[in-house]
Design a protein. Structure first.
Lengths: 67, 298
């Protein structure tokens, strides 16, 4: 349960959370990518990681989509 | 929007690091955090409203279990530190109070206990919180206010002035009670109330106070703090100047506000909507504005 390696372990996010999460920068919708374990904000061009089932909704931790 | 990174008083990155580290040590200060949580959540007893979807911010394990125990079905725990959020007791999210990642109207209760005093843009954060609430949703917040930690602040400043001929801020600036209601009003909350609670703490040893602050992740995250290593004598001199036992005086600013809901909240009646005359109720004669009362007849 204390897996910390960067390989995206597909850990389930509480579905009730997925319903209400938005991009913190644009407040726009997010697309859940269960394979990569990411929440993607197309408008901000950022993918927010999910680590140990916890969405990390911090822009400085997000992956840039154009990179 | 102005970029505030250069002028913002708090270093949020440093704060996140502090809270990450404190995730392991926070059980040490749990009795204190729980006492604060009890004080704050006691306010829920003042309303007959039932809540179903709650967000708690910065609760560090003291808030979420108490909300669940009150029968609230969904409790989300947000913290700047993922490690802290993970042990907070609710459905965990790492989130920045200054850029909250929730859709409008997601919650009917938001409780922010113990992190708002590290927020750079407090009016902006309160506005975002208000938008997360459904109409008639409740916001409860608690943060330290002055004169919390004043003896420590003074002792450090005096000791540093003596050693270096100048002082740098080493204790977070806290808001004052007067700021509270204005902040709520500015964020558009209805029925805003700001009041104060006091927790009397006694430390036999000032070092224990510093250790507790560290365990809670509450070391100063001021951007303007002096980056140089403080002189070895600084803390010794400051702590020696503190009275023993030490009463750091935790003063809490408690904020209560409701998301506006014209249908369910009391509001003043429209002018001209009265159905009875004031003069009748008072048993007197009504005079037009500007008309002088006739002098009593001789």
């Amino acid at each position: 349960m204390t897996e910390t390696d960067p390989a995206p372990a597909p850990q389930a996010v509480d579905p009730r959370l997925l319903e209400i999460l938005v991009c913190p920068l644009t407040k726009g919708p997010l697309r859940y990518d269960p394979e990569r374990g990411e929440l993607v904000s197309e408008r901000a061009g950022l993918a927010y990681p999910i680590r140990d089932g916890i969405p990390i909704m911090l822009p400085e931790e997000a992956r840039r989509l154009d990179a | 929007m102005p970029r505030m990174a250069e002028t913002a008083p708090f270093d949020r990155r440093l704060l996140r690091l502090r809270r990450d580290r404190a995730a392991r040590t926070v059980p040490r200060v749990m009795p204190l955090l729980e006492a604060v949580a009890e004080l704050l959540l006691d306010r829920l007893n003042d309303t007959t409203r039932r809540f179903h979807r709650a967000l708690e911010i910065g609760g560090r394990g003291a808030i979420a279990p108490r909300l669940s125990a009150r029968g609230i079905g969904l409790v989300v725990s947000a913290d700047l530190s993922a490690a802290m959020a993970a042990r907070a007791g609710g459905v965990a999210v790492a989130a920045d109070e200054e850029a909250l990642p929730f859709a409008e109207g997601s919650f009917d209760l938001v409780v922010a206990c113990g992190s708002l005093h590290w927020v750079n843009d407090l009016p902006g954060t309160l506005l975002q919180i208000r938008r997360l609430l459904v109409p008639d949703g409740l916001f409860l917040g608690a943060m330290p206010c002055l004169p919390t930690l004043s003896p420590l602040r003074l002792a450090l400043a005096e000791a540093e002035a003596g050693l270096r001929g100048g002082a740098s801020p080493r204790v977070s600036p806290f808001p004052e009670l007067q700021d509270g209601a204005a902040l709520l009003q500015r964020a558009g909350f209805a029925l805003p109330v700001a009041d104060r609670e006091r927790l009397d703490l006694v430390y036999r040893d000032p070092l224990a106070l510093l250790a507790d602050l560290r365990a809670a992740g509450e070391q100063s995250a001021l951007r303007a703090r002096d980056g140089r290593t403080p002189p070895r004598a600084l803390f010794g001199a400051a702590l020696a100047a503190l009275p023993s036992p030490l009463r750091p005086g935790l003063e809490l600013l408690v904020l209560t506000g409701w998301a506006p809901d014209p249908a369910r909240q009391p509001k003043p009646a429209r002018p001209g909507s009265a159905t009875a005359r004031l003069a009748d109720a008072l048993g007197t004669v009504e005079h037009k504005a500007g008309e002088r009362a006739a002098p009593p007849e001789a």
